[in-house]
Design a protein around this ligand. Structure first.
Ligand code: NAD
Length: 473
């Protein structure tokens, strides 16, 4: 059979296309020569995200879904590698829990479904309320969940139609740059503009300040401790601030103590207590105190005597103004690593160290974010509420109560006023996803009032009104 030149060319084109379709995307292993959103200079990172926004805002909401689905896929494809890198770079947490956090982000980070417009029609006409993007959002991500927070922020804020620049925590800058590269590579392959998300390769406090003050960052989204929240609020632009917490638990004499011990052990030891919503101190009514301690030990936790709690606090915590902070080397460490400070040898699987302390003890005052929890005896439920409020420092972040008396549970919720309140469960259950109900986020904005954030929180709320027309019924 004789084929013409055109026919040969058509066949060659088809074969090449088939090969390309079946070839998996090959990505280079490290930060590549080609720029995939990682910049040396913060000004360049902001400008690139701005250029990307000008293209992105012309695209449709289904494009947003397609690109954020790519980010969910990155999260699943690299969940183990990202988790291992986080442990290598920050020294914090446990591998299986980090992988679970990535799965939670991929499955449950909130998306475009939160952006349904609202319509109101009546005798005066038709009003439509819409959720519109701001433009470029300047983001700070923490060391405690470097890739899950970044990935979840990307899904949520791109869903809202924005583009994003990050100043990641310096401790995890390598991992965070790698995440940005992977996300851009996947999204560009699906047709996205380049640089929907960007970051700097060498984040510093100065680069954070440039990002905060840049005329092209319209909104700031800050996840971190009190220092960075206070800094971000100095700038004349809106801030969504996910600040610190110090979640107290109160257990009364009606509570199911086995349930309380089991739930607090699971939730309080998850990723070695580095979640801002994890239980940080436990108040127990005197009449059931000893029974709870025994139940908590039966969960595999190691009880310390008071002198050991004091000694460990001396080594692990340090005074900072009125409060205590944990020394960075001890954040998110396994219980057996902390126990070594006391000369104790424990198995790697021991979830938590714990011990009785006074209500003013540094272990109670500090947001410790590691595998040691103080347990405080209170005379009754009412005193427990007062102590829980003090320990929470008015962050209004997260708290929990174990009781069978629902009037007491209601009173607790009214008094504590936290964004997340869990009744008869581990505090992790309050943040939706795989462990609870409703939406999930790694950015829980207590200081600025959004609570568990979703794409609507990263939008401007706009209305269009057609006066005297379009009511058609
Ligand atoms: P961190 O405050 O040490 O660092 C966060 C980021 O802020 C880093 O990038 C850091 O370099 C930067 N930073 C710190 N001080 C700054 C300043 N003055 N100016 C500019 N940038 C500054 O926090 P971390 O150790 O990474 O994370 C743990 C903290 O984050 C805890 O307090 C935890 O409760 C909080 N957190 C809150 C949430 C939430 O949803 N509310 C989620 C995760 C973590």
């Amino acid at each position: 059979m004789n084929l013409s030149d055109d026919q040969v060319q058509t066949i060659v084109n088809r074969v090449v296309q088939d090969v390309l379709k079946s070839t998996p995307v090959e990505f280079k292993e490290s930060v590549s020569e080609e720029n995939w959103g990682v910049f040396q200079d913060m000004d360049d990172a902001v400008e690139a995200a701005y250029e990307a926004f000008l293209l992105y805002e012309k695209m449709g909401i289904q494009d947003r879904k397609k690109f954020t689905d790519c980010v969910r896929q990155v999260t699943l494809d690299f969940k183990e590698e990202f988790s291992r890198m986080a442990i290598e770079q920050t020294g914090m947490g446990r591998l299986n829990h980090k992988i679970a956090k990535h799965e939670n982000v991929a499955k449950h980070a909130s998306g475009i479904e939160f952006l349904q417009p609202e319509c109101y029609s009546g005798k005066n006409g038709l009003a439509i309320d819409e959720y519109a993007p701001w433009g470029v959002i300047g983001n700070i991500s923490p060391s405690t969940h470097p890739s899950p927070t970044m990935l979840e922020n990307i899904i949520t804020q791109l869903s809202a139609g924005n583009t994003i620049v990050f100043n990641p925590h310096p401790a995890s800058k390598g991992l965070n740059a790698y995440v940005i590269e992977r996300c851009n590579q996947y999204m560009v392959k699906a047709g996205a503009p380049r640089n929907l998300v960007t970051c700097v390769s060498e984040p510093t406090l100065d680069s954070a300040k440039i990002m905060f003050g840049h005329s092209k960052t319209r909104l700031l989204s800050v996840t971190g401790g009190p220092g960075v929240v206070a800094e971000a609020m100095k700038y004349e632009k809106p801030v969504i601030a996910a600040g610190p917490g110090n979640p107290p638990v109160l257990i009364d004499e009606t509570a199911d103590l086995e349930l309380a011990a089991k739930e607090i052990t699971w939730s309080g030891s998850f990723d070695n207590n580095i979640l801002c919503i994890a239980e940080k101190e436990i108040f127990v009514v005197d009449s059931v105190f000893n029974s709870f301690i025994k139940a908590f030990e039966r969960q595999g936790n190691k009880m310390l005597i008071s002198q050991q709690m004091d000694h460990l606090a001396d080594k692990v915590l340090e005074k900072s103004g009125k409060h205590y902070l944990i020394r960075r080397d001890f954040v998110g460490r396994n219980a057996n690593i902390l126990a070594k400070v006391l000369g104790l040898q424990l198995a790697d699987e021991v979830p938590l160290l714990f011990g009785e302390t006074e209500a003013e003890h540094p272990w109670v005052v500090a947001e410790q974010m590691t595998s040691c929890i103080p347990v405080v005896r209170v005379q009754n439920f009412e005193q427990g509420i007062e102590e829980a409020k003090k320990a929470e420092h008015h962050f209004e972040h997260t708290s929990s109560v174990f009781t069978k008396d629902m009037n007491r549970a209601t009173a607790f919720a009214k008094e504590l006023k936290t964004d997340i309140i869990v009744i008869n469960g581990g505090t992790l259950r309050g943040n939706g996803g795989d462990f609870g109900e409703s939406s999930f986020s790694h950015t829980i904005a207590s200081p600025t009032g959004q609570g568990i954030t979703n794409p609507r929180d990263f939008c401007r709320h706009r209305r269009i009104m057609t006066a005297g027309a379009f009511r058609f019924v």
